[in-house]
Design a protein around this ligand. Structure first.
Ligand code: FE2
Length: 435
């Protein structure tokens, strides 16, 4: 069965899973979809005159995107919280929660809108969840960092609008927050934290600078590739209770289909979107690719690469997408390729690699080369962890220990068993993807 729960699970639970599910927010996609935001709220049953909160940051306020949202919600009262910080800490999210309690008391707002990259979106998701369920964010973070309480209430309607094509946070059942005093990143995961609707409008993404476009695209590709190469749902153990089935539950025929399309869209449009940000067709394809990658990777489950990225991001404050970019060749495309060579050969073809005459091993190697070439073509991606954050040999031991000790949620999704020594070797290789 190749899955660690099989070792410790009671005998009666050692049967393979036979059921998969796909839970998604309502999705509205396309150019000027933002102009249907009022209808989206009406469709969710929000009465005119209701009082809502827009969660965003100062940059997006300055770019005029928040004003576009406000114009569409003229029938409602709308407060704005623009204090979101990048890769938000617990304290930053608590600040947003305090804002809500100060303005509206424990009951909070009638509806919430999150506008921005993953940080704005995760702040909006966590704020609504904590207001609806009470307490503070750490109550819902897994033990031993938090109290490990369950989120049981979804709360009032939440609509999310991404301004990057990458994180997939607008459809995911997870919010990421950094626990600064422990130097780690944690996720709050629950189907109840997921938004009610996601409105994806490529015209909101054209203002994203080339560097951010490239980095978020690498995150999106990571979701698509990791979703394509993780365990199949029926190689995992059957959930004892439908309510406790994990949110990352393995790949299914449906997530696989989304990965295939996502990998094609992202790999064939990212150069255009990075080098010409006003190319709306490329932006639209990237946003669709990122959405599809997220539907796959954030349902099936991200794997080793994401597990290794969190300790790096937390210690060195690197962007999530550039960390994924640095780690993908050695982890997903290197170490994990041995888990299923034929699948990686198929992945190479999806990526546009000509695999004629190559055996599966050679095809997987060619895929890794193509992926690195793509990064080099984008001109803004660091050549590895050394350039990304000055990481060197002396840092590897700590990073590997942190990965193994804090990221079991993701590591148990990895298609190939991994030891701390393996992780050290992968970090070492990821120092330099090219010279
Ligand atoms: Fe990610």
């Amino acid at each position: 069965m190749g899955y660690e729960r099989s070792i410790s699970a009671p005998e009666h639970a050692q049967t393979p899973e036979t059921v998969w599910k796909l839970e998604m927010p309502r999705i509205r996609f396309g150019r000027d979809a933002v102009e249907e935001l009022d209808f989206q709220f009406e469709d969710l049953g929000v009465e005119p005159g209701s009082h809502g909160l827009l969660v965003t940051d100062e940059t997006l306020l300055g770019l005029g995107h928040a004003e576009r949202v406000r114009e569409q919600l003229g029938e409602y009262e709308l407060d704005v919280y623009d204090g979101v910080e990048r890769e938000p800490s617990i304290a930053a999210i608590e600040d947003c929660i305090s804002f809500v309690r100060d303005e509206r008391g424990e009951a909070g707002y009638d509806f919430y809108v999150g506008l921005g990259g993953g940080s704005c979106i995760d702040t909006a998701k966590t704020t609504r969840a904590v207001i609806a369920n009470g307490g503070q964010p750490l109550d819902y973070v897994a033990e031993p960092t938090g109290k490990g309480e369950s989120i049981t209430e979804s709360g009032p309607p939440l609509v999310l609008m991404p301004t990057t094509a990458g994180t997939g946070a607008e459809i995911s059942p997870v919010a990421i927050l950094s626990v600064e005093e422990k130097g780690i990143k944690e996720g709050i995961s629950s189907d109840h934290i997921r938004a009610d609707a996601a409105v994806l409008d490529p015209t909101l993404t054209t203002t994203l600078p080339p560097e951010q476009t490239a980095k978020t695209a690498m995150d999106a590709l990571g979701h698509a590739i990791e979703g394509y190469t993780t365990h199949s749902y029926d190689s995992l153990l059957r959930a004892e209770d439908p309510a406790t089935r994990p949110v990352y539950a393995g790949r299914t025929p449906v997530t696989e289909m989304f990965s295939e399309k996502a990998i094609h869209l992202l790999s064939s449009n990212v150069r255009r979107a990075v080098h010409n940000g006003d190319d709306l067709e490329a932006r639209e394809n990237m946003l669709q690719g990122a959405l599809m990658g997220a539907i796959s990777g954030l349902t099936a489950g991200a794997t080793l690469c994401h597990a290794m990225a969190y300790p790096v991001g937390n210690r060195y404050h690197t962007y999530h997408g550039e960390t994924i970019a640095a780690l993908t060749p050695a982890s997903t495309l290197g170490y994990n390729a041995a888990s299923d060579p034929e699948r990686f050969a198929d992945l190479a073809q999806l990526f546009g690699v000509d695999t004629t005459g190559l055996n599966t091993r050679e095809a997987a190697d060619a895929l890794k080369e193509e992926y690195i070439q793509l990064q080099r073509d984008l001109n803004v991606i660091p050549s590895g962890l050394a350039e990304l954050a000055g990481i060197d040999e002396d840092d590897i031991g700590w990073l590997a220990t942190q990965t193994v000790e804090t990221q079991q949620r993701l590591l148990r999704c990895n298609p190939r068993p991994v030891t701390e020594a393996d992780v050290e070797g992968i970090f070492r290789e990821a120092l330099y993807n090219w010279e």
